[in-house]
Design a protein around this ligand. Sequence first.
Ligand code: ADP
Ligand code: ZN
Length: 650
Amino acid sequence: MPKRQQKSTKTPQSSPVGWSMIVTAFFLILFSLFLPGTPTNKSQPYSEFINLIESDRVERVTIGSSQIEYVLKSDSATEQPEQIFITAIVKQDTELPKLLRQHQVEFSATPDNSSDGVWGFIKFMLFFFIFLNLAGLFFNRGQQGGTGASPFSIGRSNARIYSEGTMDVTFDDVAGIDEAKAELYEIVDFLQHQAKYSLLGAKIPKGVLLVGPPGTGKTLLAKAIAGEAQVPFFSISGSEFIEMFVGVGASRVRDLFDRAKKQAPAIVFIDELDALGKSRAAAGAFMGGNDEREQTLNQLLAEMDGFEPNLGVILLAATNRPEVLDPALLRPGRFDRRIVVDRPDRSGRLAILEVHARNVRLAENVDLDKLAARTPGFAGADLANLINEAALLAARNNRSAVVMEDFNEATERILTGLEKKSRVLNEIEKKTVAHHEVGHAIVGSLMPGTDKIEKISIVPRGVGALGYTLQLPEEDRFLMIEDEIRGRISTLLGGRSAEELIFGKVSTGASDDIQKATDLAERYVTLYGMSQRLGPIAFDKVQQQFLEGITNPRRQVSPEIAEEIDREVQAVIEGAHQVALGILRNNRELLTELAQALLDREILEGDQLRSQLQQARITEAAERWLQSGSLTHNSLPTLNLAGNGKLAKD
Ligand code: ADP
Ligand code: ZN
């Protein structure tokens, strides 16, 4: 994804100087272990040494700066070999050379070994340190585009700077999020005509928080503001503030603001604000607090309070988890303006596709509007990726322009992963997968509000998908009605039910379906309050608005309620399972017929598939089950904790 690439151009997270200090310290310790230490020769008192000379038993002497090494004559009587001893030197003894000469002992002085070792070591370390810093400086420069950080600037912010005029992104490059654009236009106007605002005494917000799912164009928007207003753009990610050393993050914040203020008017953009501004209360409860983050956050708050509103520095921050942010960050005078940047709707997607298709040669048959209709839930980054994938496919096929088929294939790729022709299934596996997929398709085609079945395939794709049923929506949906959720769960279980029915046993291939079905059933009960027994009570605590796949923590519930939740989830799943089984049992002929066709052709799609699926008939039990959820007055929550929780209606 383009997002990734962008990230990788960011500067390294920690200062190379900081690292070189660590490395140097490490080597210092290592070397000190190997420093030329005291030789292991036997040490003797000085007086003993003098005695030995006077009794003519010393062969030769080497005088060092702090010790004397002497060798005793070999004693032929006792067949003793030469023995080496040392003794500490006595500096005032000026008589020693005379004494040695008298007794004709060979003597010499050595260049000072030990101190020489120390000096060499120090010189080495100096070189080493300088070398590391030069290397660090070199890297730093490379990455900062030559802004020239000093080598001893631990804690200087790594913010990338795009100076005036170099930010060539404008609002024209941002599409499909018109409300957000409109709100931000005011800021552009302020940056361009500050005097007008100051004259009127109007205060422009200091901090604007962009919240929304990943890839919806938050970074792009921030850049576009800088590009439109032609002001410098400082950008850093929240996670880059957090360093190993306590206090480094805080000094980075200080430095970032100093630099921005110097170049005002300017935009400072902090991506992933949640990495830095996680609520202190929440963090403390789970991890005993984090000094570094807290200090950095405090510094950020102090800086935000410190500058005058109309100074011309505007702080933009992006997050997809606004609910975890520290309330202090959101107080008036800080990030008090919040702009939601959500996934685009159909017309928004069309606009984004058009922006990204500007530089792509499209064939006549390409219908971007149709493409926009088929891609609900895609964020801007996904759509950019889609266009690029299609262009790559066209290039691979040596086409002169990108055709609609390339876009269809690219959409499928993004939804299901790459085709894996190399994965060869054996006969039994193929049969299992074929029946499984047709099971999904038949149940899916009968459920209310589900998307059109577009394609069934048993060509393996992506990670783990041995076959797939592609359901593409005709329109955007913003709500799911209760029976549609049940229908969806039933469709998910259709694959496994087909295996059960045809083979009498199940394979591992349904695990992903089961996972999804269980998730959905749990949300049905704990988040949407659709369980009749438990009623409209939320059992989930925080609602993750923008990130999927993160489970919310449960509210504290009594053990009885927890049990009841489990039972309700199980009841929903089991009901859906029985419905799927019933439908497939009733349409068994169609199931085997379609599965055989799938085995022959590997892919079933288009009008032919649709007309075949139209033969499928829903069962009465299924219809009753789908309707059983609709609330009537006498079915309002009746909490029977002793009951066995089965859905009685089916
Ligand atoms: P976010 O910061 O919200 O995670 P980005 O701004 O980094 O998302 O978006 C990544 C890329 O996706 C952008 O560089 C752009 O190419 C594309 N993109 C995302 N949203 C839009 C949009 N609304 N209009 C045009 N392109 C978009
Ligand atoms: Zn399946």
